[in-house]
Write a protein that binds this ligand. Structure first.
Ligand code: PGA
Length: 259
């Protein structure tokens, strides 16, 4: 049983998977399997934009929260194809994943563009899940801490979260995403400790002690317990395994009960 001061937060990042009908079945399955577990951990589902309002209706009355996978920094405007923080909030979202490595790689997001989104989300009252992480090449060159340092400092520059609950960080080593190659608990915990020290330097010790840092990258029921048992790992951002309600349940149980 995890007894840290920080409550676990486990989120499913569905990416561009499921149609609206399959998505609604998955939400129903997750509610059935994990609703009672949501007393012991914060649970978040992040389906595609098209699924949000249906999912919000399904989740209303449950303790499971809704999140989106991206947003535009502007409050509104002529930005065809984009959605704003307020659109997400009024669709029932409480969270938004920002700066995911797939967006940095395929959609040219930079620390600066991510920062605009983070600031806009926080000021609108949406909690960003800011993703950071190094590539294999960067890890092998011994640059992991430098890379995440820059991603966190530039990603969070100028943000003014009122409390540590208004921000979540996710450490997702790029080499572990969707590859089946998970970081060891030691590797992850070391980077998480470094991230917390950066947050302490940017904000203060109290804030850093409360902010939650998820691990993401090939999290499965089999490895989730050992990861989340580490002192600085406060939850998981789950891709592939969140597309199956029983795997997601297994991860949540492993986080709550331990390895
Ligand atoms: P994965 O993805 O669990 O499929 O590795 C994690 C993520 O990209 O958030």
């Amino acid at each position: 049983m995890k007894t840290a001061a920080r409550r676990l937060i486990i989120a499913g990042n569905w990416k561009m998977h499921t149609d609206v009908v399959d998505g609604a079945s998955l939400v129903a399955g997750v509610i059935e399997r994990t609703e009672s577990l949501a007393l012991a951990a914060d649970l978040v589902l992040c389906p595609p934009f098209t699924h949000l309002t249906v999912a919000a209706t399904q989740l209303s009355g449950s303790s499971i929260s809704l999140g989106a996978q991206n947003m535009h920094p502007a409050p509104e405007g002529a930005f065809t194809g984009e959605v704003s923080a307020r659109m997400l909030l009024t669709s029932g979202c409480r969270y938004v994943i920002l700066g995911h490595s797939e967006r940095r790689t395929y959609f040219d997001e930079t620390n600066e563009s991510v920062n605009g989104k983070v600031r806009s989300a926080v000021s609108a009252g949406l909690t960003p899940i800011l993703c950071v992480g190094e590539t294999l090449e960067e890890r092998e060159a011994g640059r992991t801490e430098t890379v995440v340092d820059e991603q966190v400092r530039r990603g969070l520059a100028g943000t003014e979260p009122e409390t540590a609950d208004d921000l979540v960080l996710a450490y997702e080593p790029v080499w572990a995403i969707g590859t089946g190659r998970v970081a060891t608990p030691d590797q992850a915990d070391q980077v998480h400790g470094h991230l917390r020290a950066i947050v302490a330097d940017m904000f203060d010790d109290d804030f850093a002690g409360r902010v939650r840092i998820q691990y993401g990258g090939s999290v499965k029921p089999e490895n989730a317990g050992a990861l989340m048992a580490r002192p600085n790992i406060d939850g998981a951002l789950v891709g592939g395994a969140s597309l199956d309600a029983s795997s997601f349940e297994g991860i949540v149980r492993a986080g709550i009960e331990g390895p």
